[in-house]
Design a protein around this ligand. Sequence first.
Ligand code: NMX
Ligand code: MLT
Length: 436
Amino acid sequence: GSGLKAKLAKKIPIEREKFLGIKCLHGKKIIGQISVNSVIGGMRGLPLLFCETSSLDKNKGIYYRGKLLKDVCAKLPRVQEGTQEGTPEGCFFLLTSGSMPTKKEAQEVTNEWLKRGSVPRYCLRMIDSMDKRVHPMAQLCAASACLNPQSQFVEAYTKGARRADYWKYSYEDSMNLIAMLPTVAAAIYSNVFRDGEGSREVNYEEDWSGNFCRMLGLPEKDFVDLMRLYMILHADHESGNVSAHACHLVGTALSDPFLSFSASMCGLAGPLHGLANQEVLVWLTKLRKAIGDDPSDEELKKFIDDTLKGGQVIPGYGHAVLRDTDPRFVLQNEFAMKHCKDDPGVKLVTRLWKIIPEVLKKLNKVANPYPNVDAHSGVLLQHYCLKELKFYTVLFGVSRALGVLSQLIWSRALGAPIERPKSFSSIEICKFINEA
Ligand code: NMX
Ligand code: MLT
């Protein structure tokens, strides 16, 4: 909240100095090499991007501001009475400011988001006018882009704001957007799956997750705790993943945070990225239909093989950077073991964790045969009666806002220039090789 903005106002000038120092003293140092494979292979592994909020270790997983995710989960202050999890509000404070919030600081962010949470009528009308066939993710992209008239950044830029102040307006837009997202997402949910039923009013007694769950019609205490955990786990994964990179890229053109976030969500909506959480449930549902809830190992292996033979990937497995089981998968499994270990879906996902890697390893091409974050989330949501698979990526998106928008605030704070790499045609690559 205002405490967070004051903290940033103090920290940003210091970080700018540091940044400028690095640029002046070390700007010309070489930290990586570019091969032809880098150019044609999705830039895999290239140290190309800047990210202050988080960093990914290929074996240990994501660190938020230098803290291992499981420690972040353990240490975030528990704000609401009786909750077992920290709040996404506290997580946003950590990602943005760089320090673990006190209970009071996390509560201040909650209060700010409650104050800023009401969605303009025209935006709700636009959501209400959507055909139900439009995928909830496409609706989220449209809704966040259509909030752009709210942008304080656009207004300030138009009036000639100083570059050094851009972050302040990006901060305001980001706070407003995050505050509105639960209502936007719940409105999409109620239109597509509940014939428009459900509340769109913010209740000041609840936190951000409590409000979201109530608007979805799922106010059960354990589900709210799952949602708090889910929102913390999916928030940030450094800046090279598709959703974070899309937000950053679009933001460097000085498109406002609403448009940048919308671009981010267009990327998250792809099956190799965030949509994988929907795909996992589609796949598990087919599996259970074909071989039942308690199949033998042999039946499972055959089903996995058949998927691969059909030319499809096993959704929820593999990763571009990670080379071990995703700690976000493990943290969800720990939650499941505590709250619903006998759920048939949870049991199946836990068994597959041992079996799928063995099958993928035999292909001799999969760089990481272990589960990622998306392999687990769906069965937990199913357990708590959030059954509509097409909505799952929207939950990921609401959470991802915390990471990509805190990155965006820092991009404006540090004056990130427009991103514009050089590209090569195949003729140019061959020419380059011949001349080398
Ligand atoms: N099932 C089958 N084959 C796979 C899988 C998988 N889960 N993962 C990778 N491969 C294949 C991949 O298709 C490629 O084959 P080919 O050479 O024939 O094109 C080969 O293994 C090498 O790919 P990798 O270098 O291991 O993976 P890459 O870094 O290119 O891609 C993913 C990473 C995440 C896109 C890939 O592992 C995948 O498609 N996984 C399934 C989808 C998924 O779970 N995505 C969610 C990621 C997390 N998130 O939320 O964003
Ligand atoms: C993410 O959370 O963004 C995914 O794990 C994908 C990635 O990091 O590339």
